[in-house]
Design a binder for this molecule. Structure first.
Ligand code: T3P
Length: 118
């Protein structure tokens, strides 16, 4: 449903990133409300909404594991991984940028959950 899709976008969608380095992660994780407590791992997808939505159809996706779908084409992604053991803010992240296929869960036709990239 649409609310879960909006939540997915808020957490995982960033079409035109600046930097894609550790500072990018620190800023984005805070801006997207993922820092109270510090979320351990979060991936930002630098693709269009339409290309991401197409993972939920045969156009750019195929079944994967139980409830997931994986993209047929790779996306530019940046994964932010919390540094250090504490989830108490301020949250400092390590960025890993690359081009990867991604696995997501779809509600009725819409992405609702990010699973992994590979
Ligand atoms: P959410 O369900 O809020 O999208 O797997 C647990 C959470 O970690 C899940 O959050 C997805 C997120 N995650 C990433 O964003 N990127 C990754 O590469 C992995 C492994 C997990």
């Amino acid at each position: 449903d649409v609310d879960r899709y909006k939540h997915f976008l808020e957490q995982h969608y960033d079409l035109n990133p600046r930097g894609r380095n550790d500072a990018y992660c620190d800023t984005m994780m805070r801006r997207r409300g993922l820092t109270s407590p510090c979320k351990d791992t979060n991936t930002f997808i630098h693709g269009t909404e339409n290309n991401i939505k197409d993972i939920c159809t045969d156009k750019n996706g195929e079944p994967y594991k139980e409830n997931f779908r994986r993209s047929k084409s790779p996306f530019q992604v940046t994964t932010c991984k919390l540094r250090g053991g504490s989830t108490r803010p301020p949250c400092r992240y390590r960025a890993t940028a690359g081009s990867r296929n991604i696995a997501i869960a779809c509600g009725p036709g819409l992405p609702v959950h990010f699973d992994e990239s590979f």
